[in-house]
Design a protein around this ligand. Structure first.
Ligand SMILES: [Mg+2]
Length: 225
């Protein structure tokens, strides 16, 4: 029986993909670039490659935020500064929120039954702003944003920080839910808690990162918990 549940934010509760898509298209328009499907796809590839390098511990978060635009502008042959563009994007990202299907219903179901905690990798100001915009903070006993903790998923130090801030914490009664095998599930496993992979897009699994549970939609979690 679980008592504490750590829940990832992006693409588990809030649809980051939708928020990102709107914010990046607005940003490109602001700097005079037409946000074509091709431009958005290429940005998305570069962005993902940088976040993967971050997860592997090769570069810092601040480097990711700037380098994704630097690499894109280099590729397009545009003599543009990355920082002002990142600032515009950050502003747009903080004001939009879109829920993953069933997210609010799930939180309403879980909140009276479990102690819920947000466990999110991300930029603190943006994540707080999105939580505020989505008006879901009251569902959670505490919010653990990687930038504030000084570590990020899947690092064990990140989970140690969370566990130290959970009253009467016990590994046996704690569950980590998230959409990322490489940050949420790997991190939870390394930290010694049960894990549930929210695999909305039905991606193939990995033999080396096997979750305790897997669900395709948030609704399924109610049957599990
Ligand atoms: Mg996520």
């Amino acid at each position: 029986m679980y008592r504490a549940i750590l829940i990832d934010l992006d693409d588990t509760i809030l649809d980051f993909g939708a928020a990102e898509h709107v914010a990046i298209a607005k940003t490109f328009r602001d700097i005079g670039l037409e946000p074509t499907a091709e431009l958005l796809r290429r940005y998305s590839e570069i962005n993902l490659s940088q976040w993967e390098a971050f997860e592997r511990g090769e570069i810092t978060r601040d480097t990711v935020l700037i380098r994704r635009f630097e690499l894109l502008f280099q590729e397009l042959g545009l003599p543009m500064e990355a920082q002002p563009v990142e600032d515009i994007y950050r502003g747009y990202l903080g004001i939009g929120h879109y829920f993953v299907d069933g997210a609010v219903e799930l939180l309403e179901y879980l909140a009276p039954r479990y102690d819920l905690y947000i466990a999110s990798n991300g930029v603190a100001a943006t994540q707080y702003s999105r939580l505020e915009s989505a008006q879901i903070s009251h569902f959670f006993k505490d919010i653990f944003i990687s930038e504030v903790t000084g570590h990020h998923k899947p690092e064990k130090a990140y989970f140690d920080y969370c566990f130290a801030h959970i009253p009467n914490f016990s590994r046996d009664t704690t569950l980590m839910i998230g959409d990322s095998l490489t940050s949420d599930i790997l991190g939870g496993k390394n930290a010694g808690v049960a894990t549930c992979w929210f695999n909305r897009d039905r991606r193939p699994g990995r033999a080396d990162i096997v979750p305790d549970y897997e669900v395709k939609c948030l609704e399924e979690l109610k049957g599990l918990l």
